[in-house]
Design a binder for this molecule. Structure first.
Ligand SMILES: Nc1ncnc2c1ncn2[C@@H]1O[C@H](COP(=O)(O)OP(=O)(O)OP(=O)(O)O)[C@@H](O)[C@H]1O
Length: 208
């Protein structure tokens, strides 16, 4: 269970961004909607433990993220939250499988070769395990990002604008992939978007 309480954030010289309370149950799937500039990325960064809010708390399974020491927070994030950024931030000098393994190492977890291979197979890129990021298409890179986000069996999977640059067919495929993978891996899901095509796929909505 994830709970967001009385959150607000003020950037230097910026206006005050306020976020309504939010409870996300185990394996629930949510859309985070809001106009450009409403604070979607800010909220995702706060929930992910990447941006300390000016006010309020984020509780993940009872742990108050911003009460953790910095190192503890990094480790907690690596173990409990999988993030799919708008652009895949893969390490270019590592092949796909090594990129996945690095996610486990960074979180202080043992490497599970079998799980990593089967994640790639589930995402239809099992044959690309030994390829390097610059040998992959954008769609394949996005699949690697999803696999990497799932490596450590997170409680929460977060995707920020995953479909904004895709045509209808690919947008549909990506949403299906995210909802299915979250479900199969026992994770809750948040998709931030202002893409109207995504709205029919998820019923729970948090509006900014
Ligand atoms: N690092 C920053 N420093 C100062 N102001 C920022 C920073 N990041 C975001 N802002 C401001 O905070 C507000 C919310 O930005 P945010 O990126 O969270 O919105 P968003 O809903 O994700 O927008 P979009 O849909 O366009 O990506 C905007 O007014 C933005 O200019």
């Amino acid at each position: 269970m994830i709970r967001v309480n009385s959150l607000a954030h003020v950037y230097d010289k910026g206006r005050r961004l306020k976020f309504p309370c939010w409870e996300i149950g185990d394996m629930e799937q949510w859309l985070l909607l809001g106009a450009s500039g409403s604070g979607k990325s800010t909220l995702l960064n706060i929930i992910s433990g990447l941006l300390k809010p000016s006010q309020g708390a984020v509780l993940i399974n009872g742990t108050d993220l911003y009460n953790l020491p910095v190192r503890g927070l990094d480790r907690f994030r690596g173990r409990h939250i999988g993030i799919i950024f708008q652009r895949p931030h893969l390490i270019r000098s590592l092949d796909v499988l090594d990129n996945l393994e690095l996610a486990a190492v960074m979180a202080g977890l043992p490497i599970d070769h079998e799980r990593n291979r089967s994640l790639l197979a589930d995402l239809g890129i099992g044959d690309l395990a030994k390829n390097y990021p610059d040998q992959l298409s954008q769609g394949q890179l996005q699949r690697v990002s999803v696999a990497r986000a799932l490596v450590n069996k997170p409680d929460l999977l977060i995707a920020d604008e995953p479909t904004s640059s895709l045509d209808d067919e690919n947008a549909n495929q990506v949403i299906k992939m995210l909802t299915t993978q979250a479900k199969d891996n026992g994770a809750a899901l948040i998709i931030a978007t202002h893409d109207a095509r995504v709205r029919d796929h998820l019923t729970k909505t948090y509006l900014l």
